[in-house]
Design a protein around this ligand. Structure first.
Ligand code: BGC
Length: 726
């Protein structure tokens, strides 16, 4: 029996359910901010979705609409034969199976009890981790124990260079080879983006009397093979250590992989594991949220925090986290607003250094954002809705809907422009929390100001109404496209331009030389600032007088009402049921939109009564058709004191990946839902926020939570917050 304390740190799978393979492969992903590996089995399984992703290695294959994160050669394979019979879960007899992801140690373990056709029973255990200490290192161990009779086991470790992105090839000049008795390597180069990659593994038996044979033959699946005779109750253990480098991090990836592997081998497997676990302890010490009285919520929060932490780049500020992290092919590894508004806050408050890396990614990609603005006929910087390594817009213009094959024009890359403000918001929050003036003065301010320049050129003045409007937008609710005057976007733009004028005043006094450089480069003049102030004053925010709430966009209240509670039970999104075009005319919203605004602006949104009125209307017509939605609703409901409702929404958000509540976890972890859960807990239930230059908490804990404890960084100093039930 595992104790309660242990249970809240682990995700278990037992028995093996083949139908859940795609789900478990995703949720048991291991990673370290450099690489992410889906939890496919060492020995393989029919229908598996192998995925080895490294941040930043994108490639645009000929004939494909957009670039994607490239699936690297698979370093995981280890096959086992027992008296010549190949072990796999769909062969022989499986007497037992348990897989456990230990979140505290970030180690994935699996044990099986298996019988081959001749009656030899073996116990096999596997262990793997992507080292948090040495980010280029992946470590695996396999132990085979004979139980009932003597047998000979043959264990073969390989690298599989034949991988594609579900049929799409990205590699040129792939070569597999061996080095010495124990090492194999695959090198290759991506076709369009020309990233060089080297993956080198060493494979060693603990018992050196095992006979070892290395076979490569230049194949794309080079391997090292060991054979060992075993008596009953004897165990043979093998270690595989892999080093991955690319031209993004080394001039000569092959030499770097060799060097990394030399160093890792010199350290030894056990020492690698000890250091990895110690490094994780440091991360958890800052990022863990402890909840007493709710095992399910506790485990879910650790699970989601784990997934944000394994995806966050540690030593690279030129990459960012895709919507599906590094755990699957969904959205082709593209980066959305999911990062800044859903994942970054957790990091800003608990791992500011990692938040900074992600914000720097946007800084480095300002040239792409400037291109996008210019091409659309505007000034300043307009960040791409979907972004990769180049910072250019990479949203596909079309998608094909299955199973109908209907082709739909995707407008988000053209008109979902609020992302520019979302990024500015994340920059401001980072600055307000950390006080990192070096970052803000040198990089952050430029992001906030150049995106403000964009908005200044984008809004339209309507002299007949003496107000500024914003036509042709997509707000967070993507069910309604190219609408005019999204209340979310217009409000955030007003916030943005007001903030930009304040930043400008501050910069001119605190950093005059930076200000004059930016004035020149971004074209910031007194006239421009005066225009921003005018926009702040006259920005039109649609309002529904009758209901006393914001109107989500012009004409929203004229849409056809629908009673969502009748459309149950339902997993499929309403736009898929009603059809993409028809949904545009129906009053059902995809995700938190006005509610998202309430989360971001907090009390600034309006009085408690106003917020409640908006909540009562908008939370009843939301489809939660995006995984981003439930956690934001939970956050806002908690702030409104609707704790039971908040808890239900929190549980919904927690189930998205753990329970595969939306049925699409195969594509990868919902990174925004993961980061959102932390926000629902900390900003929602604990009520943590900044106020008058300091932080405050205003708890509304679920009734059964006896206590909640977490750490935050405020202006470089760590604080511990412990809340207890009254
Ligand atoms: C959501 C977007 C989100 C994207 C990636 C879409 O379904 O509507 O808000 O950015 O998925 O997660």
């Amino acid at each position: 029996m595992t104790s309660l304390a242990e249970r809240t740190w682990q995700i278990d799978e037992a028995p093996f359910v083949p139908g859940k393979l795609a789900h478990t492969e995703t949720i048991f992903t291991v990673g370290n901010g450099y690489m992410g590996l889906r939890a496919t089995f060492e020995e393989g399984y029919p229908g598996e979705l192998v995925s080895t992703l490294v941040h930043g290695i994108y490639d645009h294959a000929a004939g494909e609409l957009v670039p994607e994160l490239v699936n690297l050669p698979n370093p995981l394979p280890i096959t086992i034969e027992v008296d010549g019979e190949v072990f796999r879960l769909d062969r022989g007899t499986l007497y037992g199976y348990r897989r456990t992801l230990n979140l505290k140690e970030a180690i994935l373990r699996r044990g099986v009890l298996w019988r081959n056709g001749n009656g030899a029973i073996v116990q096999i255990t596997f262990e793997r981790f992507a080292s948090l200490e040495l980010e280029h290192v992946l470590a695996q161990r396999v132990a085979v124990r004979a139980l009932n009779k003597p047998c000979t086991i043959t264990v073969t470790a390989s690298i599989d260079g034949t991988q594609t992105n579900e049929g799409v090839g990205h590699w040129t000049s792939l070569i597999g080879s061996s080095e010495g008795d124990h090492r194999i390597v695959v090198t290759g180069k991506t076709g369009q983006s020309a990233y060089g990659v080297a993956i080198m593994s060493s494979f060693m038996p603990h018992d050196l009397s095992a006979s070892v044979q290395t076979v490569t033959g230049g194949s794309l699946q080079p391997f090292v093979r060991c054979q060992v005779p075993l008596e009953p109750e004897q165990t043979a253990t093998f270690d595989k250590v892999t080093a991955i480098h690319s031209t993004r991090d080394a001039a000569d990836p092959l030499a770097a992989a060799r060097q990394t592997l030399d160093a890792a081998e010199a350290r030894g497997w056990d020492s690698l594991r000890t250091a990895h676990v110690a490094e994780w302890a440091r991360y958890w010490d800052d990022s863990d949220v402890e909840i007493e009285g709710d095992e399910v919520a506790q485990r879910a929060l650790r699970f989601t925090t784990y997934h944000v932490l394994i995806a966050a780049p540690r030593h690279d500020e030129h990459v960012s986290i895709g919507a599906k992290t590094l755990s699957g092919p969904g959205y082709k590894g593209h980066v959305f607003w999911d990062t800044e508004l859903f994942m970054v806050p957790l990091l800003t408050v608990t791992q500011p250094r990692l938040a900074r890396n992600l914000l720097m990614y946007r800084y480095h990609n300002l040239p792409g954002a400037r291109n996008k603005a210019r091409e659309a006929g505007y000034e300043g910087a307009l960040f791409p809705w979907e972004s990769t390594d180049t910072g250019e817009e990479t949203t596909p213009r079309w998608i094909e809907v299955k199973p109908s094959g209907e082709r739909i024009r995707v407008w988000t890359g053209d008109t979902e422009q609020h992302i520019s403000t979302d990024i500015a918001y994340a920059v401001m929050e980072y600055w307000r929390w950390t006080g990192d003036e070096t970052f803000f003065a040198n990089y952050g301010a430029e992001i906030v100001l150049d995106t403000a320049v964009f908005w200044g050129s984008r809004v339209e003045y309507k002299p007949e109404r003496d107000r500024y409007e914003l036509p042709m937008q997509i707000g967070p609710d993507e069910y309604h496209e190219n609408i005019d005057n999204s209340a979310f976007t217009n409000s955030m733009v007003r916030w943005h331009l007001r903030t930009a004028t304040e930043v400008w005043d501050w910069l001119r006094h605190a950093h005059p030389s930076v200000a004059s450089d930016l004035a020149m480069r971004l074209g910031i003049s007194d006239a421009r600032i005066a225009r921003w102030r005018d926009i702040v004053e006259k920005m039109y925010i649609p309002y529904n007088q009758e209901r006393g709430i914001l109107e989500q966009f012009d004409g929203f209240s004229k849409l056809q009402p629908i009673n969502l509670s009748l459309w149950q039970p339902r997993v499929t999104n309403m736009d898929a049921i009603l059809g993409h075009e028809a949904t545009q005319h129906v009053m059902v919203i995809k995700q938190a939109d006005i509610v998202m605004l309430m989360a971001l602006l907090g009390e600034e949104f309006g009085s408690q009564e106003e917020r409640l009125r908006n909540w009562n209307f908008y939370s009843r017509i939301v489809d939660h058709g995006s995984s981003l939605s439930p956690a934001m609703h939970a956050w806002v409901a908690a702030r409104l004191g609707l704790v039971r409702e908040a808890y239900d929404l929190f549980s919904f958000a927690a189930s998205i990946d753990l329970e595969d509540a939306k049925g699409n976890v195969r594509d990868g972890i919902h990174g925004a839902a993961a980061g959102g859960l932390w926000q629902a807990a900390v900003f929602g239930f604990a009520g943590l926020r900044l106020e008058n230059g300091s932080f405050v908490v205003q708890p509304n804990l679920p009734e059964h939570w006896c206590s909640m404890r977490f750490h935050i960084y405020f202006r470089g100093k760590r604080h511990t917050i412990r809340l207890t039930a009254e």
